[in-house]
Design a protein around this ligand. Structure first.
Ligand code: ADE
Length: 228
């Protein structure tokens, strides 16, 4: 999979993809993230990419022309499955969206900044709008990093233990059960006995019961999804 991220603050996106699982995905050739500096597509002496809003009001708006130039260039090189705009008023990111996107080959992500982007970009160039939560970030970069991370870790072969993405919280509308590691007894704080029993079926049953209990306590809304 290839993800192209268009931003006017590319430095914000250098670190997230240079470490750990995302770096391993790149090293293994399973995912490639390419960050594009929108300013390289800007016009005039200062490579302008934004301008005042028609009708007045505070805040700058990203212009359609540099965005169109960048997206058109990318599209002339390969076909894209989605052009995603990260925005607080987009569709709320849930695990099922990441699951679907992890099956795609090529995705463009556009990060907004300032007051947002010219509405014609959203109407004509974007195929999907995604929000990572009901709060406003200074720009779409951190949201794009979150979205890309949630997608890339699902690509087969990216995680060492292929089953581990399937047992993540939310994959079956349940949060994850508690986990423990050595020592089994830390100053009298003991690990539940079943986990050290070696009895695989009992362990699976315990994990499922704990996941249901936790979900009831912490995210009862997820169980409602199941009933619908
Ligand atoms: N840009 C600013 N806030 C955002 C959010 N919550 N989700 C996605 N993109 C954003």
């Amino acid at each position: 999979m290839r993800i192209d991220i268009i931003t006017c603050v590319p430095d914000l996106l250098t670190s997230p993809f240079s470490h750990s699982i995302l770096k391993r995905a790149e090293d293994k050739g399973l995912a490639k993230v390419v960050v594009h500096n929108l300013r390289e597509y800007g016009s005039g002496k200062h490579s302008n990419v934004d301008d005042y809003a028609f009708g007045g009001g505070a805040g700058m708006v990203l212009m359609i022309e540099p965005i169109d130039s960048c997206i058109s260039k990318l599209k002339s090189e390969r076909n894209y499955d989605e052009v995603i705009y990260l925005s607080p008023d987009g569709e709320l990111l849930k695990q099922n969206i990441s699951n679907e996107l992890s099956l795609k080959n090529n995705i463009i992500m556009l990060c907004g900044h300032y007051k947002g982007v010219d509405e014609r970009v959203r109407e004509h160039l974007i195929t999907k709008e995604i929000s990572i939560g009901d709060y406003v970030l200074s720009g779409g970069e951190l949201a794009a990093a979150v979205l890309a991370d949630s997608i890339i870790r699902l690509i087969p072969g990216v995680l060492n233990d292929e089953t581990s993405a399937l047992t993540d919280s939310f994959q079956d509308d349940l949060v994850s059960p508690p986990v423990y590691t050595r020592p089994a007894d830390y100053n009298g704080l003991k690990v539940p006995e079943v986990l050290t029993s070696g009895h695989e079926a009992k362990i699976q049953q315990w994990r499922f019961e704990q996941a249901v209990k936790r979900t009831k306590e912490r995210r009862p809304d997820l169980l409602k999804n199941k009933e619908e």
